[in-house]
Design a protein around this ligand. Structure first.
Ligand SMILES: [Cu+2]
Length: 162
């Protein structure tokens, strides 16, 4: 009789343990599932992000010169752009305020980019002009002054948006 009682007790404990295990499992499954679903939602939201709309990027550009520079001796002009690099993202609206700060009677300067932007704007001493375009092609593009080569150049860098 005594051993039967022990068997019943052990059996009871085992059944209780199994029941508790099932209960815990049943509670855990929905938690795991909802975690998985919220991860899925986050991934879907990321991939549904709106594309980069572009912003206005404004630059102030001046003609400049290399100090203490003998043009005859060096065989090239002393003229440069005040900004040798302009970096923007594809889709940005680029606005360049280009100033010729030469004295009266000084040289003209141009802001020129060949393909694909096809820009050629000339400013005379004491003049300024505003150049506006959308940076719709990625890459590195040389801008130059057609009057002062090879020194008066720069690089427009158009990168893919982050
Ligand atoms: Cu120039």
């Amino acid at each position: 009789m005594a051993s039967n009682n022990v068997t019943v007790i052990i059996l009871g404990i085992s059944i209780a343990a199994i029941a508790i295990s099932i209960a815990l499992f049943a509670i855990t499954i929905p938690l795991l599932t909802s975690q998985h679903e919220s991860n899925q939602n986050a991934i879907q939201q990321n991939s549904a992000q709106t594309p980069y709309a572009g912003v206005k990027k404004e630059f102030y550009m001046f003609d400049s010169e290399i100090p203490i520079f003998n043009e005859t001796e060096m065989g090239m002009p002393h003229d440069t752009f005040s900004m040798p690099i302009m970096a923007v993202f594809k889709g940005d609206k680029v606005v360049i305020h280009f100033f010729n700060v030469e004295e009266q009677g000084g040289d003209p300067h141009s802001f020129t980019i060949y393909k694909p932007y096809n820009i050629n704007v000339i400013v005379h001493p004491h003049e300024n002009k505003t150049i506006t375009f959308v940076a719709n092609t990625t890459g590195t593009f040389t801008y130059l002054c057609t009057f002062h080569q090879p020194t008066m150049t720069g690089q427009l860098i158009v990168q893919s948006p982050p």
